[in-house]
Design a binder for this molecule. Structure first.
Ligand SMILES: Nc1nc2c(c(=O)[nH]1)N[C@@H](CNc1ccc(C(=O)N[C@@H](CCC(=O)N[C@@H](CCC(=O)N[C@@H](CCC(=O)O)C(=O)O)C(=O)O)C(=O)O)cc1)CN2
Ligand SMILES: [Zn+2]
Length: 771
């Protein structure tokens, strides 16, 4: 097959590339700058070098048009806030005094000024900083970063396409600034924002941009007719500008649905669409609107969020269909490669059988380049690559790793009863009250205590063979001893062991389960300079041995107070891993749930009266389109219950979630059938307690009273005020006192002071209630 009449030959491109560098050089430079060990110039030089290296890698892979502006020192949404001059009033002075320090002040806050709020970027594990806008917001174009990075790439001889968050998505992601009426809709600022985008586009054109990409992923969510009209107006106006590059409007993470005809009709020169997973529906939708005559289509046929090699022949077939539907078709990953690690070739310890199934950013760049070549030169030019790809795919499909008969038999035998606790909640609550004998307003924490450098270094020493397993265990046990002693002294009621032995709440379990693959270098940005190494759900999952029981037993032996068994739930295990794409998510979740179920019952047998199963990702994995949600919530809640329902009535099951927008999942929370739930609630001033009460939630709730994302120490009075707000919604008999989330990112000093406030507040309130 050859590229028919396309005026410009098909080429490969990407929407964005990982920022951190092969050895997380960016993290080290930025954190070094924060500590005063790296100068601003050295930080800038490190960033310039990383961009140069990224473009070099892309060019080497055969990607002929590279993105610019996707790089960021913290977050690309924050970069957009800077580019449109929407600096919150409280950060103005810091930004004026020093743009770099002001930038980090917006991202992280300072002693005196709160940062921007951080939240999930669509249904990914990446977090962005939420723009704060109000009726008084004045936008001012600040093209320096976008223009500077474009100029760098052009000077290096690359053909480059600057990428910006589009104006509609920018406004839809924003929220009312503090002090602005909660019903203020940032989207009403569009008319004020468009002239600023016009200036940015003109500056990019002047700097040599042929094309500019505006990312509009918010248009893959359910949008009201009014929002769609706004999008139509935005692109009508930007399209009508004369002094601008050609515009490529990019969507990803799902199908465009009703937004597709809107963008197809818009006077822009190109669209980028996702054709992977459920977004493959874009294919039929595109045909239904008559394609994109006269436009460029950037076809996202390689999954940009997962790490499996592409089915090249299938992609070529999709691309062949698309060829009839646009003037020019280019090949790309479905979304920015920000969400996958840099280079699978760095993983030297991976079973070679599995290694051939993996494609990280660098490999995906090569895949899109290869597909583009196949289209340009005909598939005959890539015959050998296609044959190798076919063999790799066949080895995965036929591997015993992906089909374990024992796991299959067990999941097939699961009945609805297995996923239900035998006793109704009221009976359980009574049995648990009798067994635990807790005071009113019991105090607890969410699980982790500070992950100190010493703990991480000990783990790095173990990995590098500088210390042995026994020495490592001793160090961790010393930490557990300290954490238990501290909690007794601080007066907490339900204790935790502190999770010092866990590198990460998902990876730790993945490393111990069969069928799960952990990476050594597979870092992916979670927020700012914080990274995770999402493990790979490669095959059928089973638990060869207990994973946490020894640590639990060690901790429980040190105290008479109850220690919580602490596990990560099946939904979060999936959400923060790379998932199988060869079976439904629900099937994978069920396998993980059964492995966890064994762990829960083993913890119970070891004496745990309380087992907490964290599900912080339950909300974030919610499909972007409402129509897809019931099916998701069905398997998600069932897998949680399957993991937790094998225990006695008097064993208390806790769960924990820490992302504030619970509204859409209130019913699902009830369907988890957990006895106690702890939630993030400080920033929203206990709003979630009211929402749960309004939904008739009948169980015990611990709405957080300490915002652990900030180094600020809450006073006893602040915690008390929050608890009173909580009591307005939840009766004292069902209210717990706890922080918003685990303490792993906090230091010991703030932890001690904050827990003192928390315990102090609970005691004061108990006295008052006792009258
Ligand atoms: N998977 C996951 N997703 C999540 C969360 C989460 O906890 N896990 N929480 C939310 C996001 N919050 C996050 C909070 C903290 C960190 C975080 O602290 N990440 C650490 C790495 C954590 C880790 O994997 N630590 C390992 C490896 C540590 C390490 O970097 N070791 C050094 C050597 C030791 C040293 O010098 O510190 C090395 O390997 O080079 C360990 O403890 O063993 C970081 O970026 O710095 C990430 C996400 C949502 N998504
Ligand atoms: Zn949490």
């Amino acid at each position: 097959m050859t590229a028919k009449s396309a005026a410009v030959a098909t080429r490969a491109t990407v929407h964005g590339y990982p920022r951190q560098g092969r050895n997380r050089e960016l993290k080290k430079a930025i954190e070094g700058y924060w500590k005063g060990a790296v100068t601003a110039d050295a930080l800038r030089a490190a960033a310039t070098e990383l961009r140069r290296e990224n473009w070099r890698q892309l060019a080497e892979a055969g990607v002929l048009e590279v993105p610019t502006g996707d790089f960021s020192l913290y977050d690309h949404v924050l970069d957009t806030t800077v580019a449109v001059g929407a600096i919150p009033a409280r950060h103005r002075a810091a930004v004026d005094a020093d743009p770099l320090d002001g930038y980090f002040a917006m991202a992280r806050g300072t002693q005196d000024v709160a940062p921007l709020e951080m939240t999930k970027w669509f249904d990914t594990n990446y977090h962005y900083l939420v723009p704060e806008l109000g009726p008084d917001t004045v936008f001012v174009a600040n093209p320096a970063k976008a223009v500077g990075e474009l100029a760098e790439a052009l000077a290096l001889g690359h053909e480059a396409r600057p990428v910006l968050v589009g104006p509609v998505t920018y406004l839809l992601l924003a929220k009312p600034a503090p002090g602005v009426a909660a019903d203020f809709e940032p989207i009403t600022l569009l008319d004020r924002l468009l002239p600023v985008y016009a200036e940015l586009l003109a500056a990019l054109k002047a700097a040599g941009a042929q094309w500019a990409q505006l990312d509009e992923p918010a248009l893959v969510q359910d949008r009201t007719p009014a929002e769609l009209n706004t999008a139509a107006r935005a692109y009508r106006e930007l399209g009508a500008l004369t002094d601008r590059p050609k515009l490529l409007v990019a969507s990803y993470f799902d199908r465009l649905g009703a937004a597709l005809p809107v963008l197809a009709k818009a006077p822009v020169e190109g669209l980028a669409l996702d054709f992977t997973g459920p977004a493959a529906a874009n294919l039929d939708d595109l045909a239904a609107v008559g394609g994109l005559p006269g436009k460029r289509l950037v076809a996202g046929v390689v999954d940009g969020r997962n790490i499996w090699i592409n089915d090249l022949e299938k992609s070529l077939a999709t691309l062949a269909t698309l060829f009839g539907l646009a003037d020019r078709v280019d090949v790309a990953p479905s979304c920015s490669l920000l969400h996958v690690p840099i280079d699978a070739a760095l993983e030297r310890d991976v079973d070679p059988q599995i290694a051939r199934w993996l494609a990280f950013a660098r490999q995906k760049a090569a895949e899109v380049a290869l597909l583009a070549r196949g289209l340009r030169e005909g598939t005959g030019a890539i015959t050998a690559d296609l044959a190798a790809n076919r063999a790799d795919l066949a080895s995965r499909a036929g591997s015993p790793i992906t089909r374990d008969p024992a796991v299959r038999a067990r999941t097939a035998a699961v009945t609805a009863d297995d996923a239900r606790r035998p006793q109704a909640y009221p009976q359980r609550a009574e049995a648990q009250r009798a067994r635990l004998g807790l005071p009113l307003l019991p105090t607890t924490t969410i699980g982790s205590f500070p992950q100190t450098t010493e703990l991480r270094v000990a783990r790095a020493d173990l990995t590098a063979g500088r210390i042995d397993a026994a020495a490592y265990r001793e160090r961790m046990e010393a930490e557990v001893r300290e954490v238990i002693a501290y909690q007794e002294k601080a007066g907490l009621d339900v204790l935790v062991h502190g999770e010092p032995e866990r590198n990460d709440m998902v990876q730790y379990f993945a490393e111990q389960l069969t069928g799960y693959l952990a990476t050594r270098h597979g870092w992916v940005q979670s927020y700012g300079t914080r990274y995770v190494r999402p493990p790979v759900l490669a095959g059928d999952i089973s638990r060869p041995h207990p994973m946490t029981v020894d640590w639990f037993r060690f901790a429980q032996d040190l105290t008479d107070r109850p220690v919580k068994g602490m596990l990560t739930g099946p939904v979060t295990m999936l959400a923060w891993s790379f998932v199988r794409d060869d079976q439904p998510l629900g099937a994978t979740a069920r396998q993980v749930a059964l492995a966890l179920r064994d762990e829960v019952t083993d913890l119970e047998a070891a004496g745990a009266a309380v087992v907490q199963v964290d599900e912080p990702a339950l909300r974030e994995t919610l499909p972007l389109r409402a129509a897809d949600r019931p099916a998701y919530l069905d398997w998600a809640t069932e897998s949680f219950r399957l993991a937790t329902s094998g225990v006695r009535a008097d064993t208390q099951v806790h769960t924990h979630m820490c992302y504030a927008e619970f509204g859409a999942i209130m019913t699902a929370i009830e369907e988890l059938d957990a006895d106690v739930i702890s939630l993030e609630a400080t920033r929203s001033h206990m709003q979630v307690a009211g929402e749960l009460a309004a939904a008739g939630y009948p169980r015990e709730v611990g709405p957080g009273v300490w915002d652990i994302h900030s180094p600020r120490v809450p006073s006893t009075e602040e915690a008390l005020a929050l608890l009173r707000a909580g009591l307005a919604a939840i009766p004292a008999e069902r209210l717990w006192v706890n922080p918003d989330c685990g303490l792993k990112t906090r230091g010991w000093t703030e932890t001690r002071a904050s827990l003192d406030s928390l315990v102090g507040a609970a005691r004061r309130l108990r006295e008052e209630l006792a009258g």
